[in-house]
Ligand binder design. Structure first.
Ligand code: SF4
Length: 240
């Protein structure tokens, strides 16, 4: 279950090229036009008896079919923050490729961050890691995680893991997906071990290279194969 207060997006970096919600697949899976959805106020909608439609004590992935920090959503985001603040019993999980818009997108009472907001900074390449992560680490947030997704090359996160709660990695899916090398994944895992940061290999993506052999993985097996490899270090944690 995700909360998508708005929908639509457009390319901002390398990892967007084969996005389901942008470009060639947009007609089928989403749209390029950014619009508010009819689920905008979903987390605070109530039933006839006054209870919230969505129960508390859960993690709610937010804006996984768009980007929470799109400039086109600046006006809507103010109200979205109010909704988030009202549901302190829900952990909102916000993943973005536009972390450089974070400071100008905050509510006035943000302070050091809302307790119930996890912000994930996506980095697909070393170049993007070196641009986005110093910014990300300098911003006030209660909980921070890094998502290497889709991972498009080897990445050294070592300088950026202090103060980060978690790292998730996954490959790209689809016919034109770029391959994921298992060695890159093992390297990130090792970096996380050294920094005592939890690590989750979420999906192999479509083209998965191990021992110099590239295997095409069925979409329904990409997450299960990643799990079977049994390299996660979650300490009971699962972000989404
Ligand atoms: S930012 Fe995310 S949702 Fe937007 S086009 Fe890129 S990958 Fe797709």
């Amino acid at each position: 279950m995700n909360w998508e207060p708005w929908t639509g997006c457009y390319k901002i970096s390398d990892g967007c090229t084969n996005c389901y919600f942008y470009g060639p697949h947009a007609k089928r899976y989403g749209q390029n036009t950014i619009t508010k959805t009819d689920k905008f106020d979903w987390p605070i909608r109530t039933k006839a008896n006054g209870e919230y439609n969505i129960k508390g004590d859960k993690i709610l992935p937010t804006c996984f079919a768009t980007d929470f920090f799109l400039p086109e959503a600046d006006e809507w985001r103010k109200e979205a923050w109010t909704i988030i603040k009202q549901r302190q019993d829900i952990n909102f999980l916000i993943l973005t490729k536009r972390i450089d818009r974070f400071m100008e997108s905050l509510p006035s009472d943000w302070g050091e961050g809302y307790d119930n907001v996890n912000i994930g900074c996506t980095v697909e390449t070393q170049e993007l890691a070196d641009y986005r992560l110093p910014l990300f680490l300098s911003y006030p947030m209660k909980r921070k995680f890094i998502s290497c997704s889709p991972m498009l090359g080897p990445i050294d996160l070592t300088p950026y893991l202090s103060g980060v709660d978690h790292v998730t990695v996954s490959g790209e899916s689809g016919k034109e997906a770029r391959e994921l090398d298992y060695d890159w994944i093992l390297s990130i895992r090792e970096q996380c071990v050294k920094a005592s940061v939890t690590f989750w290999f979420k999906s192999t993506g479509t083209f998965f290279k191990r021992d110099d052999v590239v295997e095409k993985i069925n979409p329904f097996k990409q997450a299960s194969l990643a799990k079977e490899l049994d390299i996660n270090i979650l300490d009971g944690k699962k972000l989404f």
